[in-house]
Design a protein around this ligand. Structure first.
Ligand code: FAD
Length: 380
């Protein structure tokens, strides 16, 4: 067993740390307040190779492993989880899905641009009546011979208005239930494809979350990913890897809040001494540090499983479940350690606390992770 990072992994971790401090940090409060998408920052992340991290260099990617991707997600999320979710969706859901299951033509046409950040993508599964219960798809993609016609509404779509390419999951054959679902590539600007208003969110406010409306949107057959009826499996396989990215996001949020709380506790004085000298505060820091380290081991292990060709359904679900719980608990304690200052924006921990909550909801809620985990251990 080797817990050390390679030299390459350490370099990429440092590059992400530097980028987060130099480029994400300066306007992170303003972007959160104004719900401003980090357009320029995303462009720079593309240049750094953060948007197609695991993609083969022949399609413009960085050709790195999942652990490197996790390290980058962790560092970006310490500072700005709105930016890291853009990275997560583009890498784990869109690029990975296309590279693993797409045709050569689809990879040439879309993946080469997505992996360099020339464009970004969105993953469209959720609907008003199909969230956790993703098999209840109401959006239809009817087979019309050489093309499909999509009708319906998707909601909560990350990169909703900024994406150029949308991977849309829709029902083709209702009788076949989840085996009658397809995944289709839809381009922005397709006739009948409308972007709904932006959601006004509790956290990750810099990311743009929208509903999408499809009115008789024609999609050529060559834009289907995989065989006819593969769409649900495509979504589940893709989300299994996506969870590792969100687990890393949760880990980063927790670690960012902890670092701020640790620093503050050594500066702030009460009763004639630094608050870190009060055992109640020191013990909070001890708990936070221990939980973050435990979450880190789970997240890195899930990435290691993926890199080593092991099944990562269980390890990814455990990593997401635990890291998101640690993110929530740690950020609440970080606010507490900051006292009144924790309650205002300038000290960053209130934002991290708001951002932490989403990691328990998207890409499968905590309850859904427990279903995945319990099914896996009970069948074994
Ligand atoms: C900011 C944001 C960004 C998102 N980005 C995307 C995106 O890019 N693409 C996309 O497709 N979706 C996205 N989502 C959607 C997200 O994945 C769903 O919100 C999530 O899966 C939960 O679905 P739901 O909201 O319909 O909740 P519901 O499924 O209605 O769940 C409500 C509650 O019931 C619980 N519950 C449901 N079923 C069970 C069960 N069987 N057992 C126990 N408890 C259960 C849930 O855990 C939850 O607590 C995003 C959501 C948000 C808020």
């Amino acid at each position: 067993m080797d817990f050390s990072l390679t030299e390459e992994q350490q370099l990429i971790q440092q590059a992400a740390r530097d980028f987060a401090q130099n480029d994400l940090f300066p306007e992170v409060i303003e972007r959160d307040e104004e719900q401003r998408f980090p357009k320029e920052e995303v462009r720079k992340m593309g240049e750094l190779g953060f948007l197609g991290m695991m993609v083969d260099p022949k399609y413009g990617g960085s050709g790195l492993d999942t652990l490197s991707y996790v390290l980058v997600m962790e560092e970006l999320s310490k500072v700005d989880a709105s930016s890291s979710v853009i990275v997560s969706v583009n890498n784990s859901l869109v690029c990975w899905g296309l590279e693993t299951y797409g045709t050569e033509e689809q990879k040439e046409k879309y993946l080469t641009k997505l992996s360099t950040g020339e464009i970004i993508g969105a993953f469209c599964l959720s609907e008003p009546e199909a969230g956790s219960d993703a098999t209840s798809q109401k959006t239809t993609a009817l087979d019309k011979g050489d093309h499909y016609v999509i009708n319906g509404t998707k909601n909560w779509i990350t990169n909703g208005s900024s994406a150029e390419v949308y991977l849309v999951i829709a029902q083709t054959d209702k009788d076949k239930r989840h085996k009658g679902i397809n995944a289709l590539i839809v381009e922005k600007g397709a006739e009948g494809f409308e972007i709904g208003p932006k959601e006004n969110k509790l956290g990750i406010r810099g990311s743009d979350t929208h509903s999408l409306i499809f009115n008789d949107v024609k999609v050529p057959k060559e834009n289907r990913i995989g065989e006819d009826g593969f769409g649900f499996k495509f979504a589940m396989k893709t989300l299994a890897g996506g969870r590792i990215g969100i687990a890393a996001q949760a880990l980063g949020i927790a670690a960012g809040a902890y670092e701020l709380a640790l620093k503050y506790s050594k500066e702030r004085k009460a009763f004639g001494t630094e608050i870190s000298n009060h055992q109640a505060i020191a013990f909070k820091l001890a708990d936070m540090h221990t939980q973050i380290e435990a979450a880190r081991h789970l997240v890195y292990k899930a990435a290691w499983d993926k890199d080593n060709g092991n099944n990562y359904d269980l390890s990814g679900a455990m990593a997401k479940l635990y890291a998101s719980q640690v993110a929530m608990e740690t950020t609440v304690e970080a606010v507490q350690i900051h006292g009144g200052n924790g309650f205002v924006k300038d000290y960053h921990v209130e934002r991290l606390m708001r951002d932490a909550k989403i990691t328990q909801i998207y890409e499968g809620t905590s309850e859904i992770q427990k279903i995945v985990i319990s099914r896996s251990i009970l069948k074994g």
